[in-house]
Ligand binder design. Structure first.
Ligand code: C5P
Length: 227
C-alpha cells in the first residue's frame, strides 16, 4: 500500500523577518520548498504528495512544481490559519487508497530521501512515530526567568518531522482536537492526547527547520558540504 506525504507550507514566515512565505526564499538559488520537494520525490516510499498552501502562494508554488522532474502526483491543498488546521485540511484531501501518511514541514528542507524511506519503513510496524534527535543541551523549565526544574537530559529528544501515522487514527485524533479545542504544534501531540503510542525514529542532526536568517546561513553551509 502506498505512503502519502503531506507538507504543511501555509505559514507566513514572520520569524524570518520578511513579508512573504519563507518557503519561497532562495537557498542556493532554489526556493526552500523546492529542496523539500526534491528530497520527497527522491524517496522511493512516497507515492503522492499534498502541499498545504495559502491561495496567494499558489502561483509561485505551481511554478516550483513545474520545475520538478517527477511523475509523482503533487497537489495544492488550501492551508488553514494554524499548522494544525493545515494538516487537517491535508488529511481530508488524501487519496482514498493508502493507510499511511507522513507529515513533513516544508521548512525542513534538509531532510534526506533516506530519512523519508526509513520513516515509512517504521510506519509499517507502528501506529505513530516521529523523527527526533537526542537533545545536546541541558534544558531548563522556567517560570518567568526562574528555573523550576532541570529534566533528566537522557530522556529528552528534540522533535522533528517527518512524523508518520496510520491515517484513520490521525484523522480521529484531529476530529477529537476540533471537538475539544486542543491546540498543538505537532501531530504527535494529538496522538499523545488521545492516548495512542508514538515512538521515536532516529532523525538527522542536519534536519533543521529553517526559521530565522541564521538558519538560512546554516542550511546553505550544510547543502554546500553535501555537494
Ligand atoms: O512556523 P513554523 O516554522 O513552526 O511552521 C511549521 C510548518 O508549518 C511550516 O512549513 C509552515 O509553512 C507550516 N504552516 C502551515 N500552516 C500554517 C502555519 C504554518 O502549513 N497556518
Amino acid at each position: 500500500m502506498a505512503c502519502h506525504l503531506l507538507i504543511p507550507a501555509a505559514g507566513s514566515g514572520k520569524r524570518m523577518g520578511g513579508d512573504r512565505n519563507k518557503l519561497l526564499i532562495p537557498l542556493l538559488e532554489k526556493p526552500i520548498l523546492q529542496w523539500t520537494l526534491e528530497a520527497a520525490i527522491a524517496s522511493e516510499a512516497i507515492a503522492w504528495i499534498g502541499v498545504m498552501a495559502q491561495p496567494h502562494d499558489y502561483p509561485e508554488f505551481q511554478k516550483i512544481f513545474n520545475r520538478l522532474h517527477t511523475t509523482k502526483p503533487i497537489r495544492l491543498i488550501q492551508g488553514g490559519a494554524t499548522r494544525q488546521a493545515s494538516v487537517f485540511n491535508g488529511l481530508k484531501a488524501l487519496p482514498t487508497e493508502g493507510e499511511r501518511v507522513l507529515i513533513h514541514d516544508g521548512a525542513r528542507c534538509l531532510a534526506t530521501p533516506e530519512l523519508f524511506d526509513r520513516c515509512d519503513a517504521s510506519l509499517q510496524t507502528m501506529p505513530g512515530f516521529i523523527a527526533a534527535v537526542p537533545v545536546k543541551d541541558t534544558i531548563k523549565i522556567v517560570n518567568g526567568k526562574t528555573i523550576v526544574d532541570t529534566p533528566d537530559r537522557d530522556r529528552l529528544w528534540a522533535a522533528q518531522t517527518p512524523q508518520g501515522f496510520q491515517v484513520d487514527l490521525l484523522k480521529n485524533a484531529h476530529l477529537k482536537a476540533m471537538e475539544l479545542g486542543w491546540e498543538v504544534t505537532d501531530d504527535a501531540a494529538l496522538f499523545e492526547k488521545v492516548g495512542l503510542p508514538v515512538q521515536i525514529v532516529m532523525g538527522e542532526e542536519t534536519n533543521l527547520k529553517v526559521t530565522t536568517p541564521q538558519d538560512l546561513a546554516i542550511a546553505e553551509f550544510i547543502l554546500k558540504s553535501r555537494s
